[in-house]
Design a protein around this ligand. Structure first.
Ligand SMILES: Cc1cc2nc3c(=O)[nH]c(=O)nc-3n(C[C@H](O)[C@H](O)[C@H](O)COP(=O)(O)O)c2cc1C
Length: 154
């Protein structure tokens, strides 16, 4: 074992294969999206999930003030959407959204989507953990997931 530093910490975590999500919030009529792989399930009853965002993110204030959001789990065909929403201040691109019940934006064509209410935010280190109650869900059994491993899509 080696003493941890930023470089070997990042490399070690990159060996954990994850799915890829885009978390969307609406601010007035503009939709913000962020590519996130820190998503995880938290509780079955009540249905809770979590993810974390860097407190240095360009749009952190928008995420902190919104009560409702969507977590869109990307399919293998949606790598361009993941690349788009991992850019700093992504320029407008035509993404197909569906309106959710709570004035949220749901990305079309995903393997699954969750419409959530943020019930808690916990600051830890340089990230903020968002605890979300899942209100509505959608899934597609025919799609394959987009995965991320060793800092690459797979
Ligand atoms: C596969 C992948 C997963 C990511 N997961 C997270 C994450 O869980 N939390 C986070 O804050 N940023 C994550 N990012 C980085 C953000 O998508 C984005 O690049 C970063 O927040 C910088 O842009 P911003 O300053 O506009 O927020 C991830 C990026 C990629 C490509």
């Amino acid at each position: 074992m080696k003493k941890v530093n930023t470089k070997n910490f990042k490399k070690t975590l990159s060996k954990f294969k994850t799915g890829v999500t885009v978390v969307c919030v609406k601010d007035k009529e503009f939709t913000f999206g962020k590519t996130v792989n820190s998503f995880n399930s938290l509780s079955l009853n009540p249905p809770l999930v979590l993810f974390s965002l860097g407190n240095y993110s360009s749009s952190i204030k928008t995420y902190l003030k919104n009560k409702f959001l969507t977590i869109n789990i990307l399919s293998k065909k949606q790598k361009t959407i993941s690349n788009h929403f991992s850019e700093k201040n992504p320029k407008f691109k035509k993404i197909d959204f569906i309106n959710g019940k709570h004035n949220t934006a749901i990305i079309k064509g995903c393997i699954s989507n969750l419409e959530c209410e943020v019930i808690d935010k916990i600051k830890k280190g340089d990230h903020i953990i968002f605890i979300c109650k899942v209100l509505n869900v959608h899934y597609d059994d025919l799609q394959k997931p987009l995965s991320y491993f060793n800092s690459k899509y797979c």
